[in-house]
Design a protein around this ligand. Sequence first.
Ligand code: GLA
Length: 394
Amino acid sequence: MDRRERLIARARQGYRLAYGVEPTRFYAAPGRVNLIGEHVDYNDGFVLPCAIDRETIVAAGPPAPQSKEKLFEAVALDMGDMASARDKFDLLVPICPGENNWQNHVRGVVQSLGRYGYRVRPMRIAIAGDVPIGAGLSSSAAFGVAVALACSDFSGLDLTPEILAKVAQLAENDFVGCACGIMDQMAAAASVADHALLLDCRSLEHMAVPIHKSLAITVIDTGLRRSLTESAFNQRRAECEAVAQHFGVTALRDIDGGKLLLAQTELDPTLFRRARHVVTEMERVEPIGVALAKGQTAVLAQVMREAHLSLSEDFDVSLPPIDRLAQLVAEALGDAGGVRLTGAGFGGCLVAVAAHEAGRAIDEAIGRYNGEADLPARAEVFRPTSGAAPILLE
Ligand code: GLA
């Protein structure tokens, strides 16, 4: 059995144990790693993530046969035992928050579909995933988009990837309490295998950018964890909004480096640095996209180094051990590829985009880091996969 077959088997078994019957359909949505454009989505700019071969699977089926109520039932197989990790809510009454995050997430998706004018039919689902939680690989977006897709398909709504992503984002913003942007949900919904997704976070227009076959995407998990909702994420977002407001624009996408520099003395120094990260990061997206498609590893090395520095010094979302690891890996790679912090930060993962042959250099750098660090880091090579889809089983 491969990874996905094991996950499907787990979802199927959980469904059977929870409801006593077989599920009738399966849906999947992947996690993602962002290659460039960090903390840019909620500033309406361009980002370049790719989906990875780790995912959330939803097993789904009709409601209990004799039930007169219009119930939505869910069991989350990674969130506790079968007795505690269950939820049930009435689709005919306004949906109120559940007892914990995952319940809120499921309820939030159903509620958000309602807010977009879509009615979800009663159904039962079991959710299982293998996207590492809290690592900055968007287990949360995979969860939300997979549930949204299951609702959409099961209720015959046939929603586009853009709507699935917006529904999942709204659920996180309003029901889970995270002010995340749209990047993760769009990556989970609209990615194309072996490509990265160039996404305009304002219009949601997107284009698949090929990843040159000489390149490998390695995610290096630092093991350092901090939950996104509790982190300074919302604060960073507010700081960016404050600068946009200063300039009288909708979002930082609407200003460039020159304009920002001219206003430096008018801005609080911290706010200036936050905005400088966003503005320079937006300029890094295009060269990385081209380098990715053409396999230009020296460009990746240089631009990703600048991106990491900017996240660490201007946006202040790195930690000393992460900077150290990034430095060791960058030194080991030389011109063979780039490395930088990926995701929201405050812990989580580094991403390296480098020639396949550089895998050993990455491993050696991690070995050196682990010799001096409290928490060991570990690397894994991911395959860029496609976005959310029903799983067709024969
Ligand atoms: C988290 C959020 C995204 C994005 C990134 C930072 O993953 O969910 O919307 O803001 O952080 O780029």
